[in-house]
Design a protein. Structure first.
Length: 299
């Protein structure tokens, strides 16, 4: 880091997915590093936005977030337009953005990197629709049903496995719909089971990625539509995850990139953004390139 962090505000989600002693770890590592810190505990949706805005006004050297992608999204929403760096301390069930950026899942290791100055600045893109922001993605249909079906109790009990349990349930009610897309002015009409508008290739655990070409800093959003849920599709997914290559079988998966995306679906499907259920449709989505500075490991 070019600038030493002397004062940091840490937004903490007390109901995040991990069962661990958060405050003692943060306190000991910050004390050892000589960093003055203030903990801000969220109690309801929107608290993270307010805490982040207040931290920006206070002129802190950095804003940290302990929680999952939803908590990180709130903090970023309150930091837009600021050049204050964000520090992600993974505390959720999936931690998609943290995994994407190579941030250690272990809280002590993540805090130690900050204290030892073993971090560098990385600028990442942010997605926007209406007046809201997102950092990982928006999904419609099966993938949204899977994410929203993994409730807090299941995630606390099973962690990342909660999503696989939810996926099995979502498969029972899967239906094919027609998606109407407009990507950077080009129109498409595609029948499919789920549509994903994503900023990240990572799916939340290990280094597995949907596509190694998906980049949080390329100024683009990726749009994927799964057309069929056949044995061939699941074989394709396994090969895609193992090889980290873009799926080229357009009979099963369609893939575009763009800066501005409009989408609607008939009949309507479940929509989720960074874990939160949405009702808006059609969606008008755009990317804000290089919107946020994040501190990531140097190695």
């Amino acid at each position: 880091m070019e600038k030493k962090i002397k004062l940091i505000h840490i937004i903490i989600n007390p109901v995040a997915g991990k069962d661990e002693s958060v405050l003692p770890v943060i306190n000991s590592t910050m004390k050892e590093a000589g960093i003055k810190w203030e903990g801000l505990i969220t109690q309801k949706a929107g608290d993270g936005i307010g805490f982040a805005k207040a931290a920006v006004k206070a002129g802190v050297d950095a804003i940290a977030v302990y929680g999952g992608d939803g908590t990180v999204m709130e903090a970023i929403s309150g930091m837009m337009g600021s050049d204050i760096p964000l520090v992600i301390l993974p505390g959720g069930s999936a931690n998609v953005m943290a995994t994407e950026l190579g941030i250690p899942a272990d809280l002590n290791k993540a805090c130690t990197l900050l204290g030892q100055g073993q971090l560098k600045m990385k600028t990442i893109d942010v997605g926007q629709f209406d007046k809201r922001y997102f950092i990982t993605g928006i999904s419609i249909g099966f993938e949204a049903d899977m994410v929203t079906g993994a409730n807090r109790g299941t995630k606390n009990k099973f962690g990342i496995l909660a999503y696989f349990i939810s996926a099995a349930k979502a498969l029972k009610k899967i239906t094919k719909v027609t998606y109407h897309l407009k990507i950077d002015g080009q129109e498409y009409k595609v029948k499919g089971l789920t549509c994903i508008i994503t900023n990240t290739g990572n799916i939340g655990f290990s280094t597995i990625s949907l596509d190694k070409h998906i980049d949080v800093s390329d100024g683009l959003l990726d749009v994927l539509i799964v057309r069929k849920a056949t044995i061939s599709f699941f074989n394709l997914i396994m090969l895609t995850l193992i090889k980290r290559e873009r799926p080229h079988n357009v009979e099963l998966v369609k893939h575009w990139q763009g800066k501005e995306i409009c989408i609607s679906a008939k009949p309507k499907q479940t929509i989720q953004c960074d874990g939160e259920v949405l009702k808006e449709m059609p969606l008008h989505i755009k990317v804000i390139p290089g919107a946020i500075n994040v501190l990531v490991p140097k190695k």
